[in-house]
Design a protein around this ligand. Sequence first.
Ligand code: FES
Length: 158
Amino acid sequence: NPKALRPQPGDRFAYLSGENKDKPVMAADIKIGDPPRLAYPVDPATETIRSGSRVNQVLLIRTDPSALTPATAPRAAGGIVAYSAICTHNGCPITLLDGDNRSVVCTCHGSRFDLADNGAILTGPATRRLAGLPVAVADGFVTVAGAFTGALGAATSQ
Ligand code: FES
């Protein structure tokens, strides 16, 4: 089932909700300080949106490229980093950028993850970092450049 496949190299992204739902995520639209963009991978050949699996939800932000740690920089593109959007605590989608413009907050129970440092946990109750997803930019589209770099989904509810 191509809708439930994990992100594949060369996939683009489509917004998951909001006024741009199903529209492509363009690199130029993601600015430092913007809220996380939640998106699903899309097969560009068939335009299949890979929404058949909830753990395919990805969040994208742009950070200061000079702030990225050595673990993170090789899989970023112009400061754009991508991670699983599913909180590792109990599976809520992560929707809030912290004031430092590099970490995100899960509004369910307050876990914070540093997206400039490989999804590291800054504040619990989460006990597992967020899985990263390597990205690139091609023809202005944000694209997938590799597989998720860690375990997906909630640590406690599956
Ligand atoms: Fe995210 Fe609990 S589900 S902190």
